[in-house]
Design a protein around this ligand. Structure first.
Ligand SMILES: [Zn+2]
Ligand SMILES: [Zn+2]
Length: 361
């Protein structure tokens, strides 16, 4: 099957013909129909942390093409979306449905004694996060999949797997934004736009979008932002404090740069909360004053991984909202490309509005 392979950390992706094994045990073979470009894959491809060659891509929608003998929840022909929340069903976190914090995610992988799921000219290929979605097919554990029972285009459904969970989950699960509150969102990429919509669903009274690009800010107003701040030309802290009478109740940082995290922190009002979603580089530091006002203001800092979500619960919930016309996913996906175009699309990602999705025939 055709797949984009990363031969070395920091290199670009190469189109290759990769061998994929047949499903065993609880594995499911999925014909990939759409695969979203998430910024995390770009970060991961430059940082590594897993053996190469490797296949990235973790926003997958497709159709079940084969199942192992022990699969109980899926049948051939099912429409499915994958999630990177590998979970074991057995640890304390999984027992409490908090699968986001599973302590044994390797449960979904094959063991070293077993034939590798993927190989290239006899060399094992790593499917990063046990997914590897930049490929015509993926072979994964059924615990990484959820079935989509309502009709939905694959290029829209795929972004449920990460971008929507991470953006909307941060607002609805982790922070649990309350009706009538004020919110600021730093970074209006795919996650930020999803978060803005979720904030609107939660009933926030004021939603301030912050970015350095005017076109992204204009787009943010389509998704519910009531105010916009271009932080390249305007001090976001002063403006947010002024618009919210002292600071927002909830501020979300989707950017992942220390200076932005600091601005976001200083935009939070008393007893408010900063949700940090954007992933900073290893070793990044946040320098904030812990003088008397630190105690007085009682601002909480919450790191949020993948929307603190349980995808088995949340993906069907977002599908239902989408089908009720209450969640605009169509305009989040702004273009579709082929596998061959992924390198170019990543190169220009920062300047692009909305999500780019690879589609397969
Ligand atoms: Zn577990
Ligand atoms: Zn992602």
């Amino acid at each position: 099957m055709k797949a984009l392979v990363l031969d070395e950390v920091g290199s670009s992706f190469r189109l290759a013909d990769v061998d994929i094994a047949s499903p065993i045990g609880r594995e499911v073979l999925v014909a990939v129909k759409a695969s979203g470009l998430c910024h995390s894959d770009l970060t991961a491809s430059s940082l590594g942390g897993w053996p190469v060659p490797a296949i990235l891509g973790h926003e997958i929608s497709g159709i079940v093409a084969g199942i192992g003998p022990e699969v109980t929840r899926f049948s051939v022909g099912d429409h499915v979306v994958a999630s990177l929340q590998s979970h074991c069903e057995r640890c304390d976190a999984c027992q409490q449905d908090d699968i986001n914090m599973c302590s044994n995610p390797a449960f979904v992988a094959r063991t070293e004694e077993q034939e590798p799921r993927l190989s290239l000219e006899g060399v094992p290929v790593t499917a990063v996060a046990n997914l590897g979605g930049f490929a015509e097919q993926v072979l994964l554990h059924e615990n990484n999949l959820v079935r989509i029972d309502q009709p939905m285009a694959h290029e829209i459904a795929c972004i449920l797997g990460c971008g929507v969970l991470a953006g909307a989950g941060a607002v609805l699960n982790a922070a649990d934004v309350q009706a009538g509150s004020t919110v600021a969102v730093f970074g209006c990429g795919g996650l930020g736009l999803t978060a803005i919509q979720a904030t609107l669903l939660a009933g926030a009274s004021r939603i301030i979008a912050v970015d350095v690009a005017d076109d992204k800010l204009e787009y943010a107003t389509k998704f519910g932002a009531t105010d916009v701040v271009n932080s390249a030309t305007e001090d976001p802290i002063a403006t947010i404090r002024q618009l919210t009478e002292g600071g927002a109740d909830y501020v979300f940082d989707f950017v992942g740069r220390p200076e932005v995290t600091k601005q976001a922190y200083e935009s939070v009002g008393r007893a408010g909360e900063l949700g940090v979603v954007g992933i900073n580089k290893p070793g990044a530091m946040l320098e904030i004053s812990i003088g008397p006002e630190f105690i007085w203001n009682q601002v909480r800092i919450r790191p949020i991984f993948n929307g603190s979500t349980n995808f088995l619960r949340d993906i069907p919930r977002f599908v239902a909202l989408y089908n009720e016309g209450r969640f605009n996913l169509d305009e989040l996906v702004s273009r579709t490309i082929s596998l061959e175009e992924v390198n170019d699309a990543y190169a220009e990602m920062t300047g692009h509005i909305g999500r780019t999705v690879v589609t397969f025939p």
